[in-house]
Design a protein around this ligand. Structure first.
Ligand SMILES: [Zn+2]
Length: 144
């Protein structure tokens, strides 16, 4: 517990990270939420002279599956919006949309509750931040 007290929090907006060494890990004052899986984190890494935040779940194939399912779901909603085809075809799209919604729910449940927050003030601002992927070479299969 005493170790945590010595951890300094850095403001991203005020560029307090500017003097950190390349590859240094640090914690931010604000919370950042992954728009794909909803995981919250304040762990950053210096990538050269720029701070980057990663979603810790982005190293799993399921995170990619969730992102793809979300994109496909939105595409189906757009398709239904201006749909002029036959009713049978529309029903098929609606069925596909329902199946995708179930898949998204399942993947969300699998990945939820993995927040990575240390010493966050209860008044910390929560920002949405698309994670920079450093795991694009090889991904793991989720094990839980
Ligand atoms: Zn994520």
């Amino acid at each position: 517990m005493n170790d945590e007290i010595s951890i300094r929090l850095y403001s991203i907006a005020d560029e307090e990270w500017i003097s950190l060494q390349p590859n240094a890990d640090f914690r931010s004052t604000d919370v950042y939420i992954c728009p794909i899986c909803g995981t919250e984190s304040n762990l950053w890494t210096m990538n050269g002279n720029k701070p980057r935040i990663y979603c810790q779940l982005d190293l799993y194939i399921e995170h990619d599956k969730l992102e793809t399912a979300q994109k496909n779901y939105l595409a189906l909603i757009m398709r239904l919006k201006n749909f002029l085809g036959r009713k049978e075809e529309k029903d098929l799209i609606i069925t596909e949309k329902g199946l995708l919604a179930e898949k998204i729910d399942l993947l969300h449940k699998m990945l939820e509750g993995r927040d990575d927050l240390i010493i966050v003030n209860s008044k910390a601002k929560i920002n949405e931040n698309y994670p920079f992927s450093r795991y694009n070479m090889s991904k793991n299969i989720w094990k839980c």
